[in-house]
Design a protein around this ligand. Structure first.
Ligand code: NAP
Length: 242
C-alpha cells in the first residue's frame, strides 16, 4: 500500500485531501497541530471506509523531528507528500507585527521547507510533492501582504525543487485554491450578511469553493495520470480575480 502524508489534515482542505487520498488507496498520515479529536475523527472515517491511516501531532512552526521519526517508524517509503498546513492570519502592512510575521513564515515557509528536506530520503523515484499555495500569488493582495508573500515563497520553492527532483521522476507542483469554505474563512463568510456574496463575486464561477474541489485537484497531481506535470501551479480558484 502506498503512503501519503497530508500536513494540517485534521480540518478544512487538508481533511478533504486525506479522505480523498485514502479513497484512492493510500495509507494516510494525518498531521495536525492542536485538534487531536478532529484528527482522530479523520482516521476513524478512513478506517470505517476500509482504508488505513494514523494521526501524528506536530506543530510545523516549531523545529522538531517528531513527525519525521514517526513516519520513519511507520513506513520505509513516502510516496506522496502534501504540504497543506498553513495559517492565514495576516494584516495590511501598517498593522503587521514582527511576531505575527515570524509565525506566518515559520509555519507556511520554514516548516514546509525543512519538513520536505527531512522527508526527501523517504520519497521514492516517481514520488509526488504537492504544495498548497493560494490564488493570492497572482494578484495584488495588500489585505494580507505577509500571507501572500509566504505563498509566493512556496511557489518559488516548488519551481526549484521540481528541477532538482525531475531526473528521478518525482514531480513537485502547487495547487492554488481560491476562497474555500473552511474554518479560516468562517467568521467573515458568515459573520456578515454580504460575506458569502462578496467572496463569490471574486470568482468567475460566482460561488465559494468547496474543500472537495481542492482535494480533487491534489488527487490528480498526486496520481500517475499527472506524470508529465511538474514545477506547475494548478489554479483552483474558480477563476478568481480574472
Ligand atoms: N481556505 C481558503 O480559502 C484557502 C485559500 C487559499 C489557500 N489556502 C491554504 O490551504 C491550506 C489549508 O487551509 P484551510 O482553510 O483548510 O485551513 P483550516 O481550515 O484553518 O485548517 C488548518 C489545518 O492546518 C493545521 N495546522 C495549522 N497550523 C499548523 C501547524 N503549525 N502545524 C501543523 N498543522 C497546522 C490545523 O490543525 P489543528 O486544527 O490541529 O491545529 C488544520 O488541520 C493552507 O495552507 C491555506 O493557506 C486556503
Amino acid at each position: 500500500m502506498k503512503t501519503a502524508l497530508v500536513t494540517g489534515a485534521s480540518r478544512g482542505i487538508g481533511r478533504a485531501i486525506a479522505l480523498r487520498l485514502a479513497r484512492d488507496g493510500f495509507r494516510v498520515a494525518v498531521n495536525y497541530a492542536e485538534d487531536g479529536t478532529a484528527a482522530e475523527e479523520v482516521v476513524r472515517l478512513i478506517e470505517k471506509d476500509g482504508g488505513s491511516a494514523f494521526a501524528v501531532r506536530a506543530d510545523l512552526g516549531r523545529p522538531s523531528h517528531v513527525l519525521v521519526e514517526r513516519l520513519r517508524a511507520e513506513t520505509a517509503v513516502l510516496d506522496v507528500l502534501v504540504n497543506n498546513a498553513g495559517i492565514g492570519t495576516s494584516q495590511p502592512i501598517a498593522e503587521e507585527t514582527p511576531a505575527a510575521y515570524d509565525r506566518l513564515f515559520d509555519v507556511n515557509v520554514k516548516g514546509l521547507f525543512f519538513l520536505t528536506q527531512q522527508l526527501l530520503p523517504l520519497i521514492p523515484d516517481g514520488g509526488r510533492i504537492v504544495n498548497i499555495t493560494s490564488g493570492v500569488t497572482r494578484i495584488a493582495f495588500p489585505e494580507g501582504i505577509a500571507y501572500a508573500m509566504t505563498k509566493g515563497a512556496v511557489q518559488v520553492f516548488t519551481l526549484a525543487l521540481a528541477k532538482e527532483l525531475g531526473p528521478r521522476g518525482i514531480t513537485v507542483n502547487n495547487v492554488a485554491p481560491g476562497i474555500i469554505d473552511t474554518d479560516t474563512n468562517a467568521s467573515w463568510l458568515r459573520g456578515n450578511p454580504d460575506g458569502e456574496a462578496y467572496a463569490a463575486s471574486r470568482h468567475a464561477l460566482n460561488r465559494v469553493g468547496h474543500v472537495d474541489e481542492i482535494a480533487n485537484a491534489v488527487a490528480f497531481v498526486a496520481s500517475p495520470e499527472a506524470s508529465f506535470i511538474t514545477g506547475s501551479t494548478i489554479d483552483a480558484t474558480g477563476g478568481g480575480n480574472l
